[in-house]
Design a protein around this ligand. Structure first.
Ligand code: NIG
Ligand code: FE
Length: 404
């Protein structure tokens, strides 16, 4: 019989496989060889082939897939705390943006920060997210808005992926705002994004997807369509910041280009939902931005359910609208603010988050998938939605290796 010396079996554990609902397996065990899951099920059914495996007891805790934060702006310079204070005294996010603050304030600070400093500040934030069970994260550019600084951000994101135990998926968001050099000429800027910038990003293989901010303070659907057409030619998947502050028809456009996801969606209409359903585009809900901007328009969760649009949940970690460093807190907020059931919220940071990134090897505990786990000190999975703050995550495994 084959010896499985290099195999580890995690036992004394309740598995949240997330294959269907929680996909709960009590008194479970999960066997890992190298970076992959090779067996899982009830402990009493563990095949004898694993008799010689190394055993790790999980002391009766719950094991879920490693969490996936599928929408972040983790790499940036400076801080926007002063803007936070302005918003508290009545100024709106849009007014601040129109004044040259907002995203453009972070653009100035990011351009002024060198690659090493950007790396170290993002690494600290990543370490915080990792403590909450995150094993895969998406990071967008979008605070450079010129060739040199967009590339700088994406290189930092790639370097974080190589040097940390979290997988990093990068997204080119050159179309986040109109660069100051192109003030009053958003068409000209979009052309620059689609030519010089995208060419350089492709040459260095710096992006796994392309995103844009479709909003009246940013880019129109016509402009985004030019970008999406170019991305399609280059074979890059697209995603879109859509319907956050207004209904601009972004979700429909995203769906027409088979976008992996449309994100935010507080102003999404039933028509937009239907288009997303038809294309299988994931709805990424960002309760941290909703909460921080004290938004009052809820994303249409009932309609997303009705038309079976997969819902993901992410931190949107960024210095302006969502200074969030905990994905478990977003699980809570997805339930308390948006009304997601605890099952939907957990699917949102696992299975559907993987889908929003086009990843097929994680997000559910299944044979063949990566051995990326988060270990939780809970006695019922709904505690992950119920608890507000603190940290219930007591362990993480990435590619079969114990991280903490
Ligand atoms: O996802 N909506 C656009 N982009 C970010 C906010 C960026 C910022 O304010 O710096 C978001 O919320
Ligand atoms: Fe965002």
């Amino acid at each position: 019989m084959a010896q499985h010396q290099s195999t580890t079996v995690w036992k004394d554990v309740t598995l949240l496989t997330m294959t269907e609902g929680y996909g709960l397996i009590r008194d479970g065990a999960i066997a890992v060889e190298g970076s992959r899951i090779v067996w899982l099920g009830e402990m009493r059914n563990l095949p004898a082939a694993y008799d010689n495996a190394e055993i790790v007891s999980c002391a009766g805790r719950f094991l879920s897939p490693g969490l996936i934060d599928c929408h972040t702006h983790l790499v940036y310079g400076g801080s926007r705390v002063a803007e936070f204070e302005k918003r508290l005294s009545g100024m709106s996010y849009q007014d601040i943006a129109r004044e040259g603050g907002g995203i453009l304030a972070t653009v100035r600070a990011t351009r002024d920060t060198d690659e090493n400093m950007l790396y170290f500040s993002a690494q600290k934030r990543l370490a915080q997210l990792q403590k909450g069970g995150v094993t895969t994260i998406e990071i967008k550019s979008g605070y450079g808005l010129d060739l040199e600084n967009e590339l700088k951000m994406l290189r930092v994101a790639r370097k974080l992926g190589k040097s940390s135990s979290v997988d990093v998926i990068t997204t080119f968001l050159g179309a986040h705002a109109v660069a100051p050099e192109f003030k009053g000429d958003s068409d000209g800027y979009m052309d620059y994004v689609c030519t010089d910038m995208l060419t350089a990003v492709m040459r260095e293989n710096l992006a796994d997807a392309v995103d844009a901010f479709c909003e009246d303070i940013a880019f129109s659907t016509d402009q985004v369509e030019i970008l999406f057409t170019k991305a399609r030619e280059l074979g890059l998947p697209v995603k879109l910041h859509a319907e956050q502050l207004n209904d601009s028809g972004g979700a429909k456009l995203a769906a027409e280009y088979q976008a992996l996801s449309a994100d935010h969606l507080e102003h999404l209409t039933e028509e937009g939902v239907k288009y997303m359903a038809a294309s299988g585009t994931v709805a990424v809900l960002l309760p941290g931005a909703f909460y921080s901007l004290r938004d009052e328009n809820l994303p249409p969760v009932e309609l997303l359910r009705k038309y079976d649009v997969p819902m993901a949940v992410a931190s949107d970690s960024n210095p302006g609208s969502s200074p969030v460093l905990s994905l478990p807190l977003m699980i809570n907020m997805a339930s308390t603010l948006f009304g997601l059931t605890p099952i939907e919220a957990l699917i949102g940071v696992t299975r559907n988050a993987a889908r929003a990134l086009g990843l097929h090897d994680r997000g559910v505990l299944e044979v063949g998938n990566l051995a990326d786990f988060a270990l939780w000190d809970i006695s019922h999975p709904a505690e992950l939605s119920y608890q507000l703050g603190g940290n219930l995550c007591v362990g993480a495994v990435k590619d079969g290796k114990i991280i903490f």
